[in-house]
Ligand binder design. Structure first.
Ligand code: KIV
Length: 271
């Protein structure tokens, strides 16, 4: 395993070098200072302040309700905890689909008010003009294709995307367009592994997968899912590294018992 300890800060340039030499890129979500600090210290390459905060932090069913102000709050908290990782922030639903000026204004607010390093946007050709305008302002853009949760009401389900030829061809074309426009990387969510591999071999920018198999240049997971804080979400692509829901519940149960029994605080735990 080669974690890039010697590099002080991960930049978009470092990520492209990693792809060139075949070193896989690790990416996780974070939404607050304390967890961002831990995963940065562990050596994560990219931290995504995902609009999945809408689900895992706020308890909404979809990513649609989260606002630009809320994303900026989460992103600024994350940035304060990070020394090394590249911090990428999702443009939330409704903050960029209107037109390219709106997209640029939302991006500028994120960059100015949070101190993040890049933004991510869902979609291909339909948002190309906005991507180009943001790039002209000097802000790195990460694309996101395949299952794009902000379009859940168009898809109707969270099932695997691009299994049919037409959608697979559009995804390949969109990937090439995003690369040509100047995106520094691309997230592919929940698509067949062979298609994701083909995209990663076709474009020169790093392709980060979630539910997109092993043939891509890196992987991303939602932190709460991989730590087992959320027990309800069990897609096939998820590997759980901890079972924190039960661990936290047990610890809190023990605390309640200690308080009720007057075991806590003991003599050493008081003044
Ligand atoms: O919001 C998010 O967490 C994401 C990842 C699933 C890629 O977009």
């Amino acid at each position: 395993m080669s974690v890039h300890r010697e590099i002080r800060k991960i930049t978009t340039h470092v990520l492209s070098e990693m792809k060139a030499r075949g070193e896989k890129i690790s990416m996780l979500t974070a939404y607050d200072f304390s967890t961002a600090k831990i995963i940065d210290d562990a050596g994560i390459d990219v931290i995504l302040v995902g609009d999945s905060a809408s689900n895992v932090m706020a308890g909404h069913e979809t990513t649609l309700p989260i606002t630009l102000d809320q994303m900026i709050y989460h992103a600024s908290s994350v940035v304060r905890g990070v020394v090394r990782a590249l911090v990428v922030v999702d443009l939330p639903f409704g903050s960029y689909q209107g037109n390219s000026k709106e997209a640029l204004n939302s991006t500028i607010r994120i960059m100015k008010e949070s101190g993040a390093h890049a933004i991510k946007m869902e979609g291909g050709e339909e948002i190309l003009e906005s991507i180009k305008r943001i790039l002209t302002a000097g802000v790195p853009v990460m694309g996101h294709l395949g299952l794009t949760p902000q379009s859940i009401y168009k898809f109707g389900t969270y099932t695997v995307r691009a299994t049919e030829e037409d959608e697979a061809n559009k995804l390949i074309n969109d990937s090439k367009m995003l690369e040509a426009a100047g995106c520094f990387a691309l997230v592919l969510e929940k698509i067949p592994a062979h298609l994701a591999k083909k995209v990663a071999e076709t474009v020169s920018i790093p392709v980060i997968g979630i539910g997109a198999g092993n043939g891509v240049d890196g992987q991303v997971l939602v932190l709460h899912d991989m730590l087992g804080i959320n027990k309800q979400f069990n897609p096939r692509f998820l590997r759980r590294y901890l079972n924190l829901y039960d661990d936290i519940k047990d610890a809190v149960g023990q605390y309640i018992q200690d308080v009720k029994s007057t075991d806590f605080p003991n003599e050493r735990e008081q003044y």
